[in-house]
Design a protein around this ligand. Structure first.
Ligand SMILES: [Zn+2]
Length: 262
């Protein structure tokens, strides 16, 4: 595994020294940290503009995150004995996921580890259809049969100006968001989990209507966000708020009584 803690590096770059505060802030710091959602940001299998993407996570408070770039498609799931993350953010289109890693992901979902699946993650692990069940969407990179039904290869359009409407303004993931416009990439022809709750939609003709939906899988909360080709969208205030609220919502268990939603 290659761990890269950008947040920590940023603090070091700013001259922050944890020891310098040891005397004065010792009592407050552990509580502060315990409220932070710990996030594993999984990347790989698709090119993207790293700097603006990671700056988005740097801007989200309060989280701490490690960016885990996958060189063997899914090695972060090889050994979960030291697992400490509350949420997995997938921004990956890797394909290989051997049986043990599949089982480990399912074990994490049983424990209540949340999942936020961004953009091209919809096309990850094409040979493991259960992954699409987990994240609530399947993008087909080729004609594919699911449950005896033939699905055509999906399509996409870059540099689309998409009007995004909020279907549910009360859900914690979309609360406070108003209709917004993004310049990003569309996907069309995806298969969505019919039981997932749709939170954001678009009427762009080259896109599926659903651009964000939430569900639960086993003991985990899951949020899929179609948007996120970047790099412009990573700096968009509405998108940042959406991703931040998706992380906060998925960090809690489905039976958490402090919030609404499924
Ligand atoms: Zn893309």
């Amino acid at each position: 595994l290659r761990f890269q803690c950008t947040a920590l590096l940023s603090l070091v770059a700013l001259g922050y020294c944890p020891l310098a505060f040891a005397g004065t802030e010792q009592a407050a710091r552990p509580d502060e940290d315990s409220r932070k959602a710990k996030v594993a940001v999984i990347t790989g299998g698709h090119g993207f503009k790293e700097k603006p993407f990671l700056e988005m996570f740097d801007s989200i408070d309060p989280i701490s995150y490690d960016r885990l770039d996958q060189k063997d498609d899914s090695e972060f799931l090889e050994d979960i004995s030291d697992w400490s993350y509350d949420v997995i953010v997938f921004y990956a289109m890797t394909q290989k996921i051997p049986e043990q890693r599949r089982q480990n992901l399912l074990k994490l979902l049983d424990r209540g580890v949340g999942v936020v699946a961004l953009h091209h993650t919809a096309a990850a692990f094409q040979d493991w259809q259960q992954f699409g069940d987990i994240i609530g969407v399947k993008f087909f990179t080729q004609d594919t049969v699911v449950d005896g039904q033939q699905h055509k290869k999906c399509t996409y359009l870059h540099d689309a100006d998409m009007k995004i409407s909020v279907a549910n303004t009360e859900h914690p993931v979309t609360k406070g968001l108003e209709a917004f416009t993004v310049h990003d990439e569309t996907y069309k022809g995806c298969l969505f989990d019919r039981d997932a709750e749709v939170l954001l939609t678009t009427d762009h003709p080259a896109s599926d209507p659903t651009v964000c939906c939430v569900k639960t899988y086993r003991n985990a909360r899951v949020c899929y966000i179609e948007l996120g080709h970047g790099p412009g969208i990573f700096a968009d205030a509405s998108y940042r708020r959406l991703v931040a609220q998706a992380i906060a919502w998925t960090a809690a268990r489905p039976d958490a009584n402090n919030e609404g939603g499924k």
